[in-house]
Ligand binder design. Structure first.
Ligand code: CTP
Length: 232
């Protein structure tokens, strides 16, 4: 497990290599994939996110001529080759990476499925089966968007939500509470797939209709972020 300072230093070194943005060029900070919360040297709590949605947004932003930094959790799916990538493991590492790159970015796309809980205690080595029951006590991980919202100059924020079925009211409440400009409300059916059934909401209005590929949704989100960034 890396410390927040180690992650911050890696991100700062990576960002130092970017040229100043050209006219009309935006800087996209994109998170993708799951986070893994370690229990011992061999086990973790994770989720089934593959990162494909965030990778599609990164590709669309690069194709539109923007600069991209991709912060990626552990996934077997390779990120787009042309995207600069910082690899992280846990929610704490992802939070450190996002906060280190926040002032650099004009658009933040939080497509990562960040674990909400981690085991309270990490055990060095392996936990052996000495009892009939094992109770794992978990504590909350940092809420990355909540930390972003405490900063002064916020980028345009695009977030995601995941439910078995889209509940527009719940998604809109989440968008407003978490300080997002746009929320793409996904269902679990699109996990790891090339299609997206996300409903995109902005100020309570449905602005993008589901039934498209992740690439189409990504192109829409990049185009809309460009419009919103212009107004800032
Ligand atoms: N997110 C975050 N930090 C976390 C958890 C989630 O920044 N610790 C971000 C996600 O990347 C996503 C948005 O917040 O963009 C989703 O919010 P969340 O409340 O986690 O949504 P769900 O997982 O859909 O909801 P819940 O946890 O309430 O089931």
């Amino acid at each position: 497990m890396r410390s927040a300072e180690e992650v911050r230093q890696e991100v700062c070194a990576v960002l130092a290599a970017y040229p100043p943005p050209a006219a009309g060029q935006l800087r996209f900070l994109i998170t993708a994939g799951p986070t893994y919360e370690d229990l011992d040297a061999v086990r973790y709590l994770g989720n089934r996110s593959t990162g494909r949605m965030g990778f599609a947004v990164a590709e669309a932003a690069l194709k539109a001529g923007h600069q991209v930094l991709l912060v990626v959790g552990p996934t077997p799916v390779p990120p787009p080759e042309e995207a600069v990538t910082v690899k992280v493991r846990s929610a704490q590492e992802m939070a450190a990476a996002v906060l280190a790159a926040l002032a650099w970015s004009q658009v933040l796309v939080m497509s990562a499925a960040v674990a909400d809980y981690r085991p309270e205690k990490y055990t060095d080595g392996k936990i052996h089966k000495t009892k009939d029951e094992l109770v794992i006590r978990c504590v909350r991980t940092p809420d990355i968007l909540a930390s972003v919202n405490r900063q002064k100059n916020k980028p345009v924020i695009i977030g995601f939500s995941l439910e078995p079925e889209v509940d527009q009211e719940m998604a809109e409440a989440k968008r407003a509470t978490k300080g997002m400009d746009i929320i793409a409300a996904n269902t679990t059916a699109s996990f790891g797939e090339s299609f997206s059934d996300a409903v995109v909401l902005e100020d309570g209005r449905e602005v993008f209709t589901p039934g498209n590929t992740k690439e189409e949704l990504a192109r829409y989100l990049v185009a809309r972020a460009e419009e919103l960034a212009k107004k800032r």
